[in-house]
Write a protein that binds this ligand. Structure first.
Ligand code: BDR
Ligand code: CA
Length: 306
């Protein structure tokens, strides 16, 4: 079977690191590029972290540095969640490589236009790079299979009571992407909050080998590590969805992103307007996950040989 070509647009980030590590090690996926954005921490740090990961994993995947600031709003990073480096908790060797000379938007364009097969964009940070990509190079849209994004939700936020972090940081960019005409699958907090790992699961990841130990060490520094309620590794759920759609349920729903006011960054789903025929569904929304299946899946992924 031919591996599915993907680009990660990412802000590593401890849960980003988990998602990337799983994807890079899975032969069903062909990771063509890591394009970085500033969000969890500043873009200099997320870019360095992406390089730390590719070098640790021993893979030749280019890293391209993207936007450091949202389109309009001011960035609100969260080092309290991921640590001051964005990936606190593991001593990576000093990085020897460099990001590409070109900007992430240019790098994405080149990968997308030069790929024989359509690319899947896995967006696990803010949507700033993708909004600019679509504005500068609209021709890429036809060459994208799907955008799978971790962001938003149907049941409340994690940055404030209604907005999720990735959408909150750049709602204008997210709105451009959601309304771009490219098929978007939104995997939000309503699902990632249900996909939890517990201490024994994390210990199984630790025992699985070198990659598992690295991720376990980072997870120990992740803000809600090992609270009794379980650990939410949001971005890794997006990779689970791509590889194991059988673990999820989806529904086409009308999603609008609030751009102004105290609820800015909220993904508003107007079910009633859809039922009344006043709004059309525009986004495939992941609505359910099989939590047990997800837990087993993630442990099995780390049990692949290093
Ligand atoms: C999202 O916000 C970031 O902190 C995580 O990396 C994830 O992409 C969860 O809301
Ligand atoms: Ca992220």
């Amino acid at each position: 079977m031919k591996a599915r070509p993907i680009i990660f647009d990412t802000d590593p980030g401890i849960d980003d690191a988990t998602a990337i590590t799983i994807a890079v090690r899975n032969p069903e996926l062909d990771v063509k590029l890591l394009s970085t954005v500033g969000a969890n921490v500043e873009v200099e740090k997320t870019t360095l972290n992406a390089l730390k990961l590719t070098e640790f994993l021993g893979v030749d995947i280019p890293v391209a540095r993207g936007c450091g600031e949202p389109l309009i709003r001011k960035l609100r990073p969260c080092p309290e969640v991921h640590g001051i480096t964005g990936m606190d908790g593991y001593e990576f060797p000093p990085v020897t490589g460099k990001p590409l000379e070109k900007h992430a938007v240019e790098a994405m364009r080149d990968v997308i236009m030069n790929s024989e097969e359509k690319i899947t964009l896995v967006v696990i940070g803010t949507h700033t790079n993708i909004a600019i990509l679509f504005r500068m190079y609209p021709e890429v849209k036809d060459r994208i299979e799907e955008i799978v994004t971790m962001g938003g939700g149907l049941t409340g936020g994690n940055t404030n009571s209604t907005a999720e972090f990735n959408i909150y940081n750049d709602p204008h960019a997210a709105a451009m992407v959601f309304n771009s005409g490219v098929p978007v699958t939104m995997l939000g907090l309503n699902v990632t909050n249900e996909a939890r790992l517990y201490r024994e699961d994390a210990e199984a990841i630790d025992a699985s080998g070198r990659a598992g130990h690295m991720i376990y060490s980072l997870l120990n520094h992740y803000r809600d590590a090992f609270l009794d309620g379980g650990l939410r590794i949001h971005d890794s759920v997006a990779v689970a969805y791509i590889l194991r759609p059988d673990l999820f349920k989806t529904e086409m729903l009308p999603i609008e992103i609030a751009l102004e006011g105290p609820a800015a960054g909220t993904t508003v789903c107007d079910f009633r307007a859809m039922q009344r025929g006043e709004k059309e569904a525009n986004v495939k929304v992941v609505t359910e996950v099989d939590p047990e299946g997800y837990k087993q899946w993630i442990i099995d992924e780390f049990r692949r040989e290093d």
